[in-house]
Write a protein that binds this ligand. Sequence first.
Ligand SMILES: Nc1ncnc2c1ncn2[C@@H]1O[C@H](COP(=O)(O)OP(=O)(O)OP(=O)(O)O)[C@@H](O)[C@H]1O
Ligand SMILES: [Mg+2]
Length: 512
Amino acid sequence: MVARVNTVSFQGIDVKPVDVQVQISNGLPAFTIVGLPDKAVAESKERVRAALHALGISLPPKRLTINLAPADVAKEGSHYDLPIALAVLGAMEILPKEELANMTVLGELSLDASIRAVAGILPAAIYAGANDNSLVCPLECGGEAAWAGELPIIAASNLLDLINHIRGTNSLNRPKAELREQKGKKPTDMADIKGQESAKRALEVAASGGHNMLMIGPPGSGKSMLASALPGILPPLSPREALEVSMIHSLAGSLPEGGLLKTRPYRDPHHSASLPALIGGGHRVKPGEISLAHNGVLFLDELPEFSRGALESLRQPIESRQALIARANQHVRYPARFQLIAAMNPCRCGHLGDSDLECTKAPRCGGDYQAKISGPILDRMDLQVDVPPISIADLSQKMGGESSATISARVARVHTMQESRFREMGADETVSLNAHAEGAVLEAICEMDEEAASLINLAAGNARLSARGYYRTLKVARTIADMEAVSRNSAASLIAKKHIAEALSYRRLPLF
Ligand SMILES: Nc1ncnc2c1ncn2[C@@H]1O[C@H](COP(=O)(O)OP(=O)(O)OP(=O)(O)O)[C@@H](O)[C@H]1O
Ligand SMILES: [Mg+2]
């Protein structure tokens, strides 16, 4: 008497099949779960027993053995309750075993037999669809599952409804995929930011090409405000990107109810964030902030206040665009193609360089403070922008300047231009903005005229640009040339001297 139900386990964003097997045999009454369950899975027997009891079903006074195969993969999470309960009902011949054979089941049970939401439904639904299975999930997650395609989905709010559906005595409707308006703070409008024209220009360059940016300036000059305007000028996610981002948020359990994410993620962790919170990992591996910012923005405000370990751990993911978490018995990989925006003061008092306001320790305190940001991290910052104190004359002016809507339309056109160029070149699917280009693709897009070539060579020698610095400058120059082409409504041109000059101006901070 063995009953089987399919469910899944997650390794990064990869979904692995798990076979829940239940056997009822003679012997002393017992309920045992084997197959490397973690604490939450081991406790599921109590929830299953209580949920069945709530429906008036008592377990037979026999030996129940539950095996989660494959036996050597650790099982984490609370989504095993429902497959275990269905397999037990199959073994007790309350549910027909053949009905259970083609279902992938996920869900957590409450003691009163209601079914609670779990993380990871979207990747599980995609997996079920690819394997010709139907998906059984909590009602709350039905909208999320429906984005996975045409597969049959049974979304139930409690175990009784689900049993009746499987036995054919009533039927549950397939949930609908719906896009809900996402809650959250509205981004600052660019028109609300007075003055700071060069910082605004740099922000648009960063948004257009997906470049990293570091803003440095005294307190209250508008750095955090500028960063909070960035989500408003970035175009929405393409359908493919939306699915990728939503998969990660689904695994983290942070997907809004019933929907896909359609706006670009903007993550701004506090500087007390720990290394696992930033990169991912922890006791039960979860995507970190850098993966939650995939295809979007990671904003690190007050950069030098982050712990050194946390900052240095960003070095590798910035380059490889993924977070690789090594654990004793497995490696977990999450995508992490994020744009890093950071802000900092030039020194502890914040007024370094301003002879009226700086403290008595200047300029030594500036050197000490800025030394908290290591050279390699600074080297990865494509745009290093000075945000000076705003003048009273600028402040007393009426609001004006371009609105986020106008800038965002322009940025979207530059994005489209880059995307179609990369697709024409046959570049990898993951390359959609200039910042992502590497190797031969990078060489191909960074063709420049002679004057431009001699300027970058001269600057590379004088400013001792690293190889990375050289290529990052070229990519920024490419973006600036693309922005010019879009504003002129013409096709992309070769990189010219002025584009290189502007890109180089962002390369070195006027520190102290
Ligand atoms: N350019 C500006 N235009 C309009 N308001 C501004 C501008 N700069 C700053 N402000 C006002 O000052 C407030 C503080 O600015 P913000 O938090 O961006 O400063 P900051 O540079 O991040 O300072 P800190 O270094 O202390 O974090 C903003 O909320 C806004 O009200
Ligand atoms: Mg700030």
